[in-house]
Design a protein around this ligand. Structure first.
Ligand SMILES: Nc1ncnc2c1ncn2[C@@H]1O[C@H](COP(=O)(O)OP(=O)(O)O)[C@@H](O)[C@H]1O
Ligand SMILES: [Mg+2]
Length: 256
């Protein structure tokens, strides 16, 4: 077994990266896959959202990148079956400065750090920060593929050009096999023309790479992280859970 490494990325904040990472991890875990979730955002939202208490963390992803801790020393169980987590704390906000200071920007640190555990998991998911900086570049250089959550809003498509050119740059310089695995439409509202228009626009450009599952605006999806639970452990029969379940099955179909 060698893990499929997926970066969940979009430099826009609030588009559903963290919600998607948590629920993809949890959904895969419940279907028997071994999952490692790496929180790569200094805000640490997927860390707390999947039930890891800040007080219980001895080492985090910053210690792995900068302080030479093994990734195993910074891996914790969480509220979701078959899912392990490498947490992030606000310390991670200083990581790019450290890496620059030590002249380690051109090396792919994250990939080196993940390598020893790649055979222990079926999936490694990286929850990316809302920027196109060094952390995001490390995530994309490490990943086999990217999943891009896109909020079905008026400005959804704005910024995608920049994201795509970053992905192309990473392909050219660091990771020629990187590809876009799929576009996931989030906070979808079937009743509005706008949501449908955004979906049509995305399909025009990305074609079958747009997932059939769309994630609706759903209050239970917004509530679950405050309980430290995935949607499947919080409200298994909600519309949000059904939608994420369909998405998880599409991802498994892509990867086996
Ligand atoms: N489908 C949804 N329906 C309702 N609320 C959502 C949905 N997806 C995400 N949210 C909420 O919107 C906010 C932003 O989502 P989040 O996943 O944190 O985005 P990102 O990681 O891209 O910044 C969070 O408060 C989250 O709980
Ligand atoms: Mg986030």
């Amino acid at each position: 077994m060698s893990a499929k490494i997926i970066a969940i990325t979009n430099q826009k904040g609030g588009v559903g990266k963290t919600t998607t990472t948590i629920n993809l991890a949890s959904g895969l875990g419940k279907l028997g896959k071994k999952v490692l979730l790496i929180d790569f955002d200094p805000q640490g939202n997927s860390t707390s959202g999947i039930g890891i208490e800040k007080d219980s963390i001895n080492y985090d992803i910053f210690d792995v990148l900068i302080n030479d801790k093994n990734i195993e020393e910074a891996t914790y169980p969480c509220s979701s079956h078959n899912v392990s987590v490498v947490p992030a704390t606000i310390n991670l906000a200083g990581a790019d400065l450290h890496l620059m200071k030590e002249n380690r920007t051109e090396k792919n640190i994250l990939k080196e750090k993940i390598n020893p555990v790649i055979d222990k998991y079926d999936y490694i998911l990286i929850d990316c920060p809302p920027s196109l900086g060094l952390l995001n570049r490390n995530a994309l250089s490490t990943a086999h593929s990217a999943i891009i959550p896109v909020q079905s809003h008026y400005y959804a498509l704005e910024g995608l050009t920049q994201l795509l050119s970053t992905i192309h740059l990473v392909q050219r310089l660091f990771n020629e096999k990187l590809y876009i695995q799929g576009i996931l439409i989030t906070m979808f509202n079937r009743r509005t023309n706008l949501s449908r228009e955004v979906k049509n626009e995305l399909k025009k450009y990305f074609k079958e790479r747009v997932y059939n599952a769309t994630i609706p605006q759903n209050i239970h999806l917004a509530e679950a992280p405050s309980k430290g639970l995935s949607i499947f452990d919080y409200k298994k029969s909600s519309r949000g859970a059904n939608a994420y379940h369909r998405f998880v099955k599409e991802v498994i179909k892509q990867n086996g």
